[in-house]
Design a protein around this ligand. Structure first.
Ligand code: GLY
Length: 371
């Protein structure tokens, strides 16, 4: 079956889920193929509306437009709840209001996207040169000085805002954060830390740590995929070779550590006696990132290697991880590992679903997305 055929099935599945989802948003899959719904401050809120906007962009079908617009009041209202904001403003608003603006030119959506970018830029710590990831519970909370690799993906909101508002302030924050990520989170052997902790008052670099990976010195595969896709995005916006080279380094590490079918285990450095769950979302994000990176490198053979690897991952996902033949399923991909140490090790994940759609569209040659 061709990728176009798979994509047609994907859009049918999304169409089927629209009336079931209503104005809810999927959070994490249950064993029966349904999704738990998001609470009102969830970081994953944007991935369903992102799929709706991608489906509308690709098909022009008003069903997807209406469903995306039905979600919009939530995202507008959440702008007025700063206590519900963290660095994931990028995930939330690139895929909702920025997508709306890019596809429809709606000015309210544009203003909302810029407000979200203001919130993200305000999290910048000038001492350490990083965007604070999560909110802290007081002066001594380690999260005051924590950045995480996932944030590379959130920088797209700042790059977009900079171009949209003609204001370099957003871009400067994004570039500084990307450079700090390269200097701290990317290790000399091209593996990555999940997070890095600073003294928030002096900027002193303290240490790398994990939260969702196996160990501080291991390499959490989804985080690594955020790095590949995110550094390639930073290169797309800035033309800076060091960001493209960072994506190249991370891709080389991942490709050398994948299991045979190309779908990563949840961590690239698992001891033999650790549980070996797959993370389909890490594969989907990486496949999308490799297609993007293939368009950026100048060596044709290298580009072909990335495209082949990305297609291999998509083929494995389509063959063994999709739920497209299950009409009752509310998601697209099974076997995502959200947070293994908390027991979320084998679920449908809305970001796996979103990036599966993005990767399929990239495989078919689409280059315009919402980041
Ligand atoms: N950004 C959080 C995660 O990837 O689980």
């Amino acid at each position: 079956m061709s990728y176009a055929d798979t994509l047609a099935q994907v859009f049918d599945a999304i169409r089927r889920t629209i009336p079931r989802m209503g104005t809810d948003r999927p959070a994490i899959g249950r064993g029966d193929g349904t999704y738990e719904r998001c609470h009102d401050s969830h970081w994953v809120d944007g991935f369903w509306i992102g799929q709706l906007w991608l489906a509308y962009a690709a098909t022009g079908d008003g069903v997807f437009l209406d469903a995306a617009r039905a979600q919009r009041p939530y995202f507008i209202a959440r702008l007025d709840r700063p206590e519900s904001h963290d660095h994931d403003l990028g995930f939330l608003y690139s895929l909702s209001l920025v997508a709306d603006y890019k596809l429809t030119g709606d000015e309210t959506a544009c203003r909302g996207g810029l407000r979200a970018a203001d919130g993200l830029a305000a999290r910048y710590n000038p001492h350490g040169g990083f965007i604070q990831a999560w909110n802290s519970q007081g002066e001594h909370d380690r999260n005051r000085g924590r950045m995480i690799i996932d944030c590379m993906e959130n920088l797209g909101l700042l790059f977009w805002a900079s171009e949209q508002a003609g204001d370099l302030r957003y871009r400067d924050v994004a570039v500084a954060h990307a450079i700090t990520t390269l200097d701290t989170i990317v290790r000399p052997d091209d593996s990555t830390y999940h997070s890095f902790v600073f003294d928030p008052d002096t900027g002193e670099r303290l240490c790398g740590e994990t939260v969702q990976g196996f160990a501080d010195e291991s390499c959490w595969s989804r985080g690594h995929s955020w790095g590949i896709h995110g550094f390639a995005l930073a290169h797309q916006y800035t033309g800076e070779v060091r960001f493209r080279e960072a994506a190249v380094r991370l891709a080389a590490y991942a490709l050398a550590h994948l299991p045979g079918d190309g779908v990563p285990y949840w961590d690239y450095r698992l001891p033999d006696d650790a549980p070996h769950y797959r993370d389909s979302s890490a594969a989907a994000i990486m496949a999308a990132g490799l297609f993007l990176l293939a368009d950026q490198v100048t060596d044709e053979a290298q580009a072909a290697r990335y495209r082949d690897a990305a297609r291999g991952m998509l083929d494995a996902l389509i063959a063994d991880y999709t739920l497209l033949d299950q009409p009752g399923a509310e998601g697209l991909l099974a076997h995502g590992a959200s947070h293994v140490s908390r027991g979320y090790e084998d679920n449908m994940l809305p970001y796996g679903d979103y990036f599966f759609v993005e990767a399929l569209l990239r495989a078919l040659g689409r280059t315009a997305f919402f980041w």
